[in-house]
Design a protein around this ligand. Structure first.
Ligand code: 0RQ
Length: 496
């Protein structure tokens, strides 16, 4: 890796992953790069897990968001994580969060770097970040994501860099690293268009701060996308119909406003819908750039996509690596504090498209907690975008678990996004446009357009009785019954 470590003195600090694993002390707080299965350290966590197998201990793990199997999965499997933040999607870790053995801080992704910098999360002992290369000056060239890496490098006592030789050097120049000052010294973030560059193409660092450098030749553990199902296709179709109406009504320009979409089946289907549409000159201001964006570039429909992570399928990654020079012109990675910045999302007028676990008849959204109790993944960036976007759409199939669950319930068992943040709900049944509606009209709009036929009569009956019982109150509820769908599910494994 000597061509990637451009400072001769730093080359003397190249060690094995095992050496770094031996250096880590039990109880340390470690900030790692990584946002989705992109650009997370791999060799060091694998070596650390081997050490933990022989000598059990835990660390506190801070990242950008979810990570790949060599990090969350491997450390969770040896019970090596005590505290975890700000987002995760790993099945083993989810189990430990829900059995009480891991303390999980589910944070707005835009806020986690600031919380770390101002010290609310405690001291950050170590930053371990994946890089493509280290410059003569000690600056770190990131790889496929930025996440919180720049703030962790700034904040940590000691920095360790994993130089990944599978990541092409051409990634250099694809990043725009801007770390805001904290209040009372904060200035406006000077981004007015998705492609504005306002920072440096590297994570600022100095040679004296880098203690060790570890070579790594393990690729990002990105996953294949699931084939798009029928329900997602319908939701994608409804979305395009809805947005075309917005253009016709003069509420949006012909090329829409910058798009943000979550990850998962519905998000893939929606992006695929854009590829097949007549829309052109699209821009994207989002967190995660996936295969759909490459498709949009190839179809000549995308002007620019800004995100914090590049997280395509393995096939998408191959496609990107083959033609980095071409795709690089259209793609930029920023720290998640900037990709998800409420200030920038609001200024650009983003269209936010995210998936809910459940929504209630008034339009409150639960994205995180199954039956109000068990953590699924976390709020991720959905709150950053939902509250601040120009238009906020939430998606959910109308039913889950083969119909045993209605995704639309009288009252959400946990709320991540309040009714005030939610403009439109789309299920495979249809679209509820909640803009300009007071609560009772919102309820009828949702029940009539989005609910599955199996659950429509019960929800309508609940709503009508609630109106009666409260004598047409502002937001009618029968408090004793509001969580009866969930109660029934817990008792009988079905809401029916
Ligand atoms: O479980 O596979 O075991 O059946 O939840 O549901 O329908 O496959 O949808 O993969 O898009 O995930 C909200 C979790 C949706 C995700 C959530 C069960 C369902 C299934 C998954 P099974 P689907 P998805 C960008 C923005 C928050 C973070 C976010 C998420 C499983 O989108 O984590 O938006 N969002 N980030 O059966 C009980 C219900 C249910 C239910 C579905 N009402 N009750 N279980 N399921 N509805 C990303 C980042 O921030 C990086």
């Amino acid at each position: 890796i000597s061509d990637r470590v451009r400072n001769k003195d730093l080359q003397a600090r190249i060690v094995s992953a095992e050496e770094v694993a031996a250096f880590i002390k039990p109880g340390m707080s470690i900030g790692m790069s990584g946002f989705t299965a992109s650009s997370y350290p791999k060799a060091i966590p694998l070596a650390l897990a081997e050490r933990m197998k022989k000598e059990p201990f835990t660390i506190d793990l801070w990242t950008g968001a979810s990570t790949g199997p060599e990090l969350d999965d491997t450390l969770a499997a040896v019970h090596g994580i005590k505290r975890r933040l700000p987002y995760q999607t790993d099945a083993i870790l989810r189990g430990e969060i829900n059995d009480g053995s891991v303390d999980y801080l589910d944070l707005h992704l835009s806020e986690s770097a600031q919380l770390a910098r101002v010290g609310y999360l405690g001291n950050l002992d170590l930053a371990i970040v994946e890089a493509v290369a280290i410059t003569e000056e000690g600056n770190i060239i990131p790889s496929t994501s930025l996440g919180n890496a720049a703030s962790y490098v700034q904040q940590a006592d000691v920095v360790i860099v994993e130089v990944n030789t599978t990541q092409p050097l051409e990634l250099e120049g694809m990043h725009d690293v801007y770390v805001p000052l904290d209040p009372p010294n904060r200035l406006p973030i000077p981004i007015v268009k998705a492609d504005d560059r306002v920072g440096t193409p590297f994570i600022p660092c100095t040679p004296d701060k880098i203690k060790y450098i570890v070579p790594c030749d393990i690729k990002d553990g990105t996953r294949n996308l699931a084939p798009i199902d029928e329900n997602s296709k319908k939701m994608s179709h409804f979305t395009l119909e809805f947005l075309n109406e917005e253009i016709k009504a003069g509420r949006m320009p012909k090329n829409l406003l910058p798009l943000q979409s979550g990850v998962g089946n519905v998000a893939n289907a929606v992006m695929a819908g854009f590829v097949d549409s007549d829309l052109t000159d699209l821009t994207v201001y989002t967190e995660v750039i996936q295969d759909g964006m490459l498709d949009l570039i190839d179809a000549g429909k995308l002007n620019f996509a800004s995100g914090t992570a590049f997280s395509p399928s393995p096939a998408g990654m191959e496609r990107f690596y083959k033609d980095v020079a071409k795709y690089k012109k259209y793609l930029l990675l920023r720290p998640q504090e900037i990709s998800n910045s409420p200030e920038v999302v609001h200024r650009l007028g983003v269209i936010a498209m995210n998936t809910a676990l459940e929504v209630d008849i008034y339009g409150n959204v639960n994205s995180t907690h199954v039956t109000g109790t068990k953590m699924m993944n976390g709020i991720g960036g959905s709150g950053d975008f939902a509250r601040n976007a120009f238009l906020t759409i939430f998606y959910t199939p109308s039913i889950a678990k083969n119909g045993a669950i209605s995704s639309i319930v009288p009252m959400c068992s946990h709320i991540d996004h309040t009714e005030h943040d939610v403009d439109v709900i789309i299920t495979e049944q249809g679209v509820a446009d909640l803009r300009g509606l007071a609560p009772r009209a919102r309820a009828l709009e949702i029940i009539n357009n989005c609910v599955h036929p199996d659950y429509k009569p019960v929800l309508l009956d609940y709503y009508n009785r609630a109106v009666e019982a409260t004598k047409h109150a502002h937001t009618p509820h029968i408090i004793k019954e509001a969580l009866s769908f969930h109660e029934k599910f817990i008792e009988t494994k079905s809401m029916k």
